[in-house]
Design a protein around this ligand. Structure first.
Ligand code: ISL
Ligand code: CA
Length: 540
């Protein structure tokens, strides 16, 4: 396994709108992030992934970009971002930014020119005279009529997010110029948004019938994807000491290995989605009861299939996902389940990603009133569900559990009325649990989740086996305990996690030393509710 800094580092994701507001307009911003660098440093993280801060009409909160080479006024200025890079590098934290190039905003100059069929921009997007039947992630239909151009355009996400035509070499040159622009400013890489959707079958044939995303066979990990990524890598990425993580939807380990095999020079790692579907049926809105095996099976599969070839990302949360304690843990055992889940995921092979607030065990906001929600996906799915005949109550139940706004509320810095986030009116309501769950109270508590995360990060630096070691399941079919072994030539670790709220019989491993534990006391012969232990043994 080749050694790389981005394999050894720990990434912390910042969703800037809700991290820290420096000027009291109610919106988090870049100067706010700079204020919190000491906090990030004390956690021990090495890399920050910053969600989009570029110019945008914010229909999808920055994932709809209207100028890739400028910063949204509400987030700050180009000088602010340069200062952020400088201040982070001073304390040896790297910065990766979001690269959203499957689509632009409909307010981007390219789209405006494409609508008017201006010169080279005419074919910058996907246009058709007839409506194609593809489905969209955020709307019922992915092709929408444009009155000015008198044609339909493709948007796999919201209407304001038209898809770029990657078969057009001019588009690819423009994307390279964006990447170069930011790498030249000193950033250390990119998280590449829905990158396995960029290549399409440009004949745009109708899709075969499907419940969700009709037509996906014409753009999901299309063969040209590899060609385009290789080209970006050859012409830009390879010229810098940077790393790339691709967000790849509905991806399997075979494609992931193609994308991340170092010999092929495409990406360095990908986000897959199998394990976070443990409480859903294909589509996240068809929620089902969580069962440990549905988490264990995909995680184990990805560990085994990528070992020695590609490279995994390790994550349970991000700005698109509800909080993991609500999904896979227990609100009654918040400390225990938060620390157990962190142990379970971050001791696997791959690069850890922590999402803001996860390190203090934040739980879902769970707003009861539809009016409180701001997310375009949530609001659209409500309308769609109602049109399909689902009751208001049924839709709210789904939204309260799955909405992306669950994890997009202001970071809870303290238990005051404004959470230490702003002195103004926040752009979205505070998480109703902010009084009990916040950085201040967590750090003062003897059961501090933050401190446990610090411990994990420290151990990762001491024991290379955590980064590069092999993975083996232990007692795979056990439905209550997730246990696995990590090993290399010199060291063995055994990770044991109780996923229930009961005592489960467990035989102590007397031959090993416990190096991490989320309970003060061992209970002889059993694992306590949501207990997690990491055992260590020197092999030679
Ligand atoms: O958010 C999802 C589930 O709630 C996913 O379907 C998500 O839309 C998909 O993973 C793509 O996500 C990325 O691209 C979107 C953007 O809205 C997400 O925030 C981003 O992470 C469009 O750019
Ligand atoms: Ca602000």
């Amino acid at each position: 396994m080749r050694k790389e800094w981005y394999k050894e580092g720990v990434v912390y994701q910042i969703w800037p709108r809700s991290f820290k507001d420096s000027n009291n307009d109610g919106i988090g911003d870049i100067p706010g992030i700079i204020e919190k660098i000491p906090y990030l440093k004390s956690l021990g993280i090495d890399i920050i992934w910053l969600s989009p801060v570029y110019k945008s009409p914010m229909e999808d909160f920055g994932y709809d970009i209207s100028d890739y080479k400028d910063i949204a006024t509400e987030f700050g200025t180009m000088d602010d971002i340069k200062r952020l890079i400088k201040e982070l590098h001073k304390v040896k934290i790297k910065l990766i930014m979001d690269l959203v190039v499957n689509h632009t905003s409909h307010e981007h100059e390219w789209f405006k020119k494409s609508v008017k069929r201006e010169g080279k921009y005419t074919d910058y997007y996907h246009w058709e005279d007839k409506k194609v039947n593809w489905g969209s992630f955020f709307e019922k239909e992915a092709w929408t009529y444009n009155e000015d151009r008198k044609q339909y355009y493709l948007h796999l996400f919201a209407k304001g997010q038209p898809d770029l035509n990657w078969d057009n070499p001019d588009v690819r040159e423009d994307v390279k110029s964006i990447i170069k622009f930011w790498l030249d400013l000193g950033i250390d890489g990119f998280r590449c948004d829905v990158i396995n959707l960029i290549a399409k079958n440009n004949a745009h044939p109708n899709g075969k019938s499907a419940l969700f995303l009709r037509g996906k066979e014409h753009y999901l990990s299309h063969p040209n994807l590899h060609k385009y990524l290789h080209e970006l890598n050859r012409d830009v990425f390879s010229k810098y000491d940077c790393f790339t993580v691709g967000e790849t939807v509905f991806v399997n380990p075979q494609v992931a290995n193609l994308l991340t095999n170092p010999e092929r020079k495409e990406l360095d790692m990908v986000f897959q989605f199998d394990h976070i579907a443990a409480d859903a049926r294909v589509v996240k809105w068809f929620i089902k009861k969580f069962k440990l095996m549905n988490l264990k099976k995909p995680l184990s599969k990805w560990q085994n299939k990528l070992n020695g070839k590609g490279w995994n990302t390790l994550y349970l949360e991000n700005h698109d996902q509800p909080r993991s304690i609500n999904r896979f843990g227990s609100l009654d055992y918040r400390y225990e389940s938060a620390t157990m889940l962190a142990t379970m995921i971050y001791f696997q092979q791959g690069t850890p990603f922590i999402y803001q607030g996860q390190e203090i065990g934040t739980i879902n906001a769970g707003f009861k009133d539809l009016k409180t929600y701001k997310d375009v996906e949530t609001l659209n799915i409500y309308d769609l569900g109602r049109k399909l005949g689902f009751s208001h109550k049924r839709m709210m139940k789904k939204i309260i559990y799955m909405s992306r706004d669950n994890s997009r509320t202001p970071m809870q810095w303290n238990g005051n009325k404004n959470c230490g986030f702003t002195d103004g009116k926040p752009w979205i309501d505070y998480n109703p649990h902010s009084k009990e769950i916040n950085v201040d109270s967590d750090q003062k508590s003897d059961k501090s989740i933050f401190k446990f995360y610090q411990e994990i990060i420290k151990l990762r630096k001491i024991h290379p086996v955590i980064v590069y070691g092999h993975y083996n399941d232990i007692d795979f079919h056990n439905k209550q305990i997730y246990s696995y072994r990590r090993y290399d030539k010199t060291t063995e670790l055994i990770i044991v996690c109780n996923f229930t709220d009961k005592d489960i019989p467990y035989e102590e491993r007397k031959t090993h030393q416990v190096i991490l534990h989320n309970y003060q006391e061992h209970k002889e012969g059993s694992l306590q509710p949501y207990e997690a232990r990491v055992y260590y043994k020197k092999l030679s």
